[in-house]
Design a protein around this ligand. Structure first.
Ligand SMILES: [Zn+2]
Length: 311
């Protein structure tokens, strides 16, 4: 009796096991689930039975809409073309592939052979015509001048200069001056809008009839600043220096340190100097540095962001 009970129990257990085994889904080798038992996995995943042969090229279906277990993933072979990328990752770099150390000759780029500055600043026909038309409307007296170059420095010169003798009707630039048309236009606007009106507030309401100039075009480095290697705006026709204003009553106002003099000449000089920054991008004068103690330096240097240097 005991034997029969045990046998019956064993048969029941066996049947239960079969049922349990039948309820466990078989490892899915073609569906979307991931086989959790790598040990059961055949050496190769089943290939497409419709494909000819059993060593087809990589089965692209495995990467389309189906997860690949990490242990099954094979990294794609590195092509010879990709060989350069991982060289710096865990490998020795051959000496010939090493970048040159900073400061060595190999790291010094060749001298750029771009156009010289005067050519970069060369006005188009349209811009030059528009500028000269505006000067004519303002009443300036000028003429075209021959292009200026300097054999000592390719970055000195004026591609299309004009020679200005009167910047406004009856307001002479003593001796005339060669400059870029844009410089003359800024000078004309400033003298019309600020210099003459300021003079009109002086006793007797004189007119400015002439300006005594210092340097206009001159191929030389910046003076008075921290840098001595950078070319001055005078070297490209962008700058003009004004040493004195002459009034029609015969008097002169020489540019000089006038701070705290407490007179109208101080006011006039301060007014024209301050207003010059509305027409020019650089204004220097007495007090800026020793090199500008006896004249106003005005230029139209283009700076990033429209920055202006007015001191
Ligand atoms: Zn200057």
């Amino acid at each position: 009796m005991r034997v029969r009970v045990l046998a019956a129990a064993a048969a029941l257990a066996l049947a239960g096991g079969v049922v349990a085994l039948a309820q466990t889904p078989p490892p899915d080798r073609t569906g979307a689930s991931i086989d959790p038992a790598p040990a059961d996995r055949p050496p190769e995943r089943p290939s497409d039975p419709t494909a000819a042969g059993h060593s087809p090229p990589p089965d692209t279906r495995q990467t389309q809409g189906k997860l690949i277990p990490p242990e099954d993933f094979e990294a794609p072979p590195v092509s010879p073309d990709d060989g350069a990328k991982p060289k710096t990752q865990g490998r020795l770099i051959p000496p010939e592939d090493m970048p040159p150390p900073p400061g060595s000759q190999a790291s010094v780029p060749p001298t750029p052979l771009g156009p010289p500055v005067p050519q970069l600043l060369r006005e188009s026909d349209f811009d030059l015509s528009a500028c000269k038309l505006e000067l004519t409307v303002l009443g300036a007296t000028f003429e075209d001048a021959a292009g200026i170059t300097d054999p000592a420095d390719r970055d000195c010169g004026i591609a299309r200069p004009i020679r200005v003798t009167e910047i406004l009707p009856g307001l002479a630039l003593e001796g005339g001056a060669d400059m870029r048309c844009d410089t003359a236009r800024a000078l004309a606007h400033w003298t019309r809008d600020f210099v003459q009106p300021a003079a009109a507030r002086l006793p007797g309401a004189p007119r400015v009839t002439a300006m005594t100039l210092g340097t206009t075009y001159f191929c030389r480095p910046v003076v008075g600043g921290a840098s001595t290697s950078r070319l001055s705006e005078h070297a490209v026709g962008n700058a003009i220096d004004i040493a004195a204003f002459r009034f029609d009553d015969g008097t002169d106002l020489t540019v000089a340190p006038r701070e705290d003099s407490g007179d109208l000449l101080e006011s006039f000089q301060a007014a024209v100097r301050s207003s010059a920054c509305l027409a020019f991008t650089t204004v220097l004068g007495p007090g800026s540095n020793d090199a500008h103690s006896d004249h106003l330096h005005l230029d139209i240097k283009a700076r990033n962001g429209g920055y202006r240097l007015c001191q």
